[in-house]
Design a protein around this ligand. Structure first.
Ligand code: SF4
Length: 437
């Protein structure tokens, strides 16, 4: 009988990718994935350490695994375990760099008598890119392909350079081979992600155009219809890279440009490598090439020392850019980072109020952005279809579209074109969509 494995994944898209990748390795060994933790033989908690709260939750989830599945082998992996090398509530602990060793470790553990504890794997922040050979997919239409791990930036609030190690890139051939295989399985949209995507190729002495060149190579693959990029840092968006993006016919006009704060003094305390003037220029340069581009971002409210004035600057800058959506986070101090000891820390009520204000701005901008699309022709990758032909999916600009298609046998993965006729909140609406010719 096959061993059953349950995954609980915390944190970012890279973690989701890696859980899917480990899942695939285990399935190849005859394991079965279950959605019911109480029946599993192996309970894997893929942890996160991006904030103190994430750390606390990771610890809590490892303990919960033990309670929910008392007979299962509990595995802790991910950033939290890299920082807490003595995670004693798990049977097996693997860090960020040696996760793929989990499969032989598990096979060994499952063959041992029940009460025999296993030595936790030694941990180290990675120095080489580990090849997983698997991807996360959603609805069988979009595949997330990881091309880079680690970061050299040391923003003062972030633990990632310590937990995941320095930049290392996946081999170009391996990325292209994986994408070719996925097109044969019907995937049409590819989202490239990494911890610091713009640093792709950096450890090999390449500049930011290495990313642009890789994207052109991906666009040449038959069956690839759309390419999206994960989070980008403005300082890497040079004119040379934007010139390469312009040549790419399959790149979606949607850029997630990490802002974090719209106040230059806060950006400097965060040790970010850009200021608002550079951010503004990058958005302008991209809009010249992609006139209808959408911009999304991440922002932190209540960074240590953030004054009311700096918060207002941040809000005003966000509105000036006109983001399609902002992921807003209240600052959470993370032990081991410089910001942990910075003073004064902003009070919780102030942080929460500022977070709510910025989220309100994001909501208004998102609705306004959907309205801007009225009268425009959009291309939508179908993700959901109802029996009456109503579909939902994202446009290339990453606007959620709900519409009706006049053609029959609509399936997820179809690409439709049509005109946006109205909106309902964040949703763009339209009838009479047709398959792309
Ligand atoms: S760029 Fe800054 S926030 Fe992003 S992973 Fe690197 S250190 Fe962390």
């Amino acid at each position: 009988m096959a061993y059953k494995v349950f995954f609980l994944t915390l944190g970012c898209k890279v973690n989701s990718y890696e859980s899917a990748a480990i899942g695939k390795l285990l399935m190849n060994e005859g394991f079965e994935e279950t959605q019911d933790p109480s029946e599993c033989d192996v309970y894997i908690v893929n942890t996160c350490a991006v904030t103190a709260e994430a750390d606390r939750k990771s610890r809590q989830m490892i303990r919960k695994a033990r309670r929910v599945a008392p007979r299962a082998v509990v595995v802790a992996m991910g950033c939290h375990t890299e920082m807490k090398k003595d995670e004693s509530d798990a049977d097996i602990t693997v860090g960020t760099s040696n996760r793929p060793k989990l499969v032989p470790l598990l096979l060994e553990k499952l063959s041992l008598p029940e009460d025999q504890a296993m030595q936790a794997e030694d941990l180290d922040a990675g120095t080489k890119y580990y090849e997983y050979g698997a991807v996360l997919s959603q609805e069988g239409t979009r595949a997330v392909v990881k091309i880079e791990d680690g970061c050299n930036n040391f923003c003062t609030y972030c633990i990632i350079p310590y937990s995941r190690g320095r930049v290392r890139s996946r081999k170009r051939e391996d990325v292209l081979t994986e994408i070719r295989d996925l097109t044969e399985k019907g995937y049409r949209e590819f989202v490239l992600n990494g911890i610091h995507l713009c640093s792709y190729g950096k450890e090999l002495g390449q500049d930011e155009t290495a990313l642009g060149q890789l994207l052109l190579d991906i666009a040449d693959i038959e069956g690839v219809e759309r390419i999206r990029l994960g989070s980008l840092e403005p300082s890497c968006m040079t004119e040379a890279l934007i010139a390469l993006l312009k040549k790419n016919p399959k790149l979606c006009p949607h850029f997630h440009l990490s802002l974090q704060s719209g106040s230059d003094s806060v950006l400097s305390r965060m040790n970010r490598k850009y200021d608002t003037a550079l951010f503004r220029k990058v958005v302008k340069d991209l809009r010249e090439v992609f006139p209808n581009a959408s911009f999304t971002t991440d922002m932190i409210c209540g960074f240590p020392g953030e004054t009311e004035e700096e918060h207002k600057e941040s809000c005003a800058f966000a509105e000036e850019i006109g983001f399609t959506h902002i992921h807003v986070f209240p600052f959470s101090p993370r032990e081991g980072t410089k910001a942990w000891k910075m003073t004064p820390q902003v009070s919780a009520p102030d942080k929460n109020r500022r977070t709510a204000e910025l989220r309100g701005i994001s909501d208004r901008m998102e609705e306004a952005r959907a309205r801007e699309m009225i009268g425009k022709t959009v291309s939508v990758l179908v993700e959901q279809v109802e029996s009456d032909g109503t579909f939902e999916g994202y446009s290339t600009e990453y606007i959620r579209v709900k519409g009706k298609c006049s053609e029959t046998n609509l399936v997820s993965g179809d690409i439709l074109e049509g005109v946006v006729a109205g909106t309902d909140g964040f949703l763009a609406l339209g009838d009479g969509f047709c398959r792309k010719k």
